[in-house]
Write a new protein. Sequence first.
Length: 132
Amino acid sequence: MTRFDAATETERLKLFADAATAHRSRSSAVMTVDVDPDSDVTDGGEVPPWIQLAGTEVVLDCTDAELERLKSLLGSFPEFRIDELVSPEDAEGTNAVVTARSDANRVAGFIERAFREVYGLEDGYKAWVTQI
């Protein structure tokens, strides 16, 4: 991979698919996608969301409202399912582990839609693949 950031939907889908393919071919522990904090697409002062891919698992942290939106999004991805929800007492929100037994393009589409629909990011957000 030679490119690690993207700011349009088409570019992000390609970036996420390329990164997922690289992650799987290298058998690396995790692939991490972060939203650029300078994208000016998150609510003031909030930490930008991130999503990780670990083999066939997509991992993301959600507030209660985001978790409900994640469950709704999974209706469009019947081959994906929530396998684990962890809500530590000392943390706000829930860590969701979603099994994603699908090809890199479908995983990329899920990640894009999760950023847009679960986290409510606008079209122009910039994403970085920070770990493969």
